[in-house]
Design a protein around this ligand. Structure first.
Ligand SMILES: Nc1ncnc2c1ncn2[C@@H]1O[C@H](COP(=O)(O)OP(=O)(O)OP(=O)(O)O)[C@@H](O)[C@H]1O
Ligand SMILES: [Mg+2]
Length: 261
């Protein structure tokens, strides 16, 4: 029987915003944005699974919920067999999130000092950290630059360090949110190869959010297509590309890619 590592049932996230006072003495006007709506997903252990969709589709919101960074408004999910809400700490120790938004590094410390700090935070012993840090630096091609201050790194180098940090704890499931944004073509290829060889060989599961159709096709076993917070379809990219009811959608993704490149 298939080993399901991630399952969501009608997972939904609403954001409620207040828009200010409409007139004196009246309550704040509220506006609700449903970023993710009734998402039902099932991912098997060892799969590279893509969340494919244009800007605002809900990929990051869904990813953040599955990483326990945002509480769902309704619905439920299990990650690595653990309930997303009731067993948050077990979910956290099963996952790593690699995202292109790198805000949590200490800019005045070196890359190496940052990784030592995060290794301790993730509960690695001094001995484990001593072995693991050089290994992850090597994987992301940052061995030479490890002694430089984080603030001196280029965007792509910062992102490589984000990947290195994600690899420190060696979790079962990797969530990657636009992991190649800001990477040059060589680094992008290296990351794709790393996912396809190393992570797959080690039986890891990868949930990769992207709006790049080509990236999804090259890297992912299956993809879920998202738009307007909903799942429109799920399957292999090649199969979905042949589905005429989705052709407008694929054309809009390709157009978006062309505008951004
Ligand atoms: N904190 C928030 N408050 C209000 N609305 C939000 C918030 N975060 C996201 N949204 C809205 O939810 C929707 C989905 O956003 P999300 O960032 O998940 O999309 P995305 O697919 O990751 O897009 P992108 O490709 O641009 O990263 C958008 O309409 C966005 O404006
Ligand atoms: Mg996003």
């Amino acid at each position: 029987m298939a080993d399901v590592v991630l399952q969501t049932r009608n997972l939904t996230k609403d954001f409620t915003k207040r828009r200010g006072i409409s007139s004196p003495g009246r309550f704040f006007e509220k506006r609700t944005v449903t970023a993710v709506k009734d998402v039902n997903l099932s991912v098997e252990r060892g799969e590279i699974f893509g969340l494919l969709g244009p800007n605002g589709a809900g990929k990051t919101t869904l990813t953040k919920m599955l990483c326990t960074l945002l509480l769902p408004s309704s619905g439920s999910a299990t990650v690595n067999g653990f309930d997303l809400v009731r067993q948050q700490s077990k979910v956290k120790s099963s996952i790593a999130l690699i995202s292109s938004e790198e805000r949590s590094f200490y800019w005045r410390l070196s890359g190496l000092q940052n990784l030592s700090f995060f290794a301790a935070l993730y509960g690695l012993s001094a001995e484990q950290a001593r072995r693991r840090i050089p290994e992850v630096l090597e994987i992301v091609g940052m061995t030479e630059a490890a002694g430089r201050r984080f603030q001196e790194y280029s965007t792509g180098m910062k992102q490589r360090m984000g990947l290195a940090r994600g690899l420190l704890a060696d979790p079962d499931i990797f969530f990657m949110d636009e992991p190649t944004k800001g990477l040059d073509p060589v680094a992008t290829l290296q990351l794709h190869e790393f996912i396809a060889s190393r992570l797959v060989n080690e039986g890891k599961t990868v949930i990769l959010a992207t709006h790049h159709l080509v990236e999804a096709e090259q890297v992912c076993d299956r993809v879920a297509i998202m738009s307007g917070g909903r799942l429109r379809a799920c399957g292999r990219v090649r199969e979905l590309a042949g589905d005429t009811s989705l052709s407008d959608y694929f054309i809009s993704l390709v157009e978006e890619e062309q505008v951004q490149s």
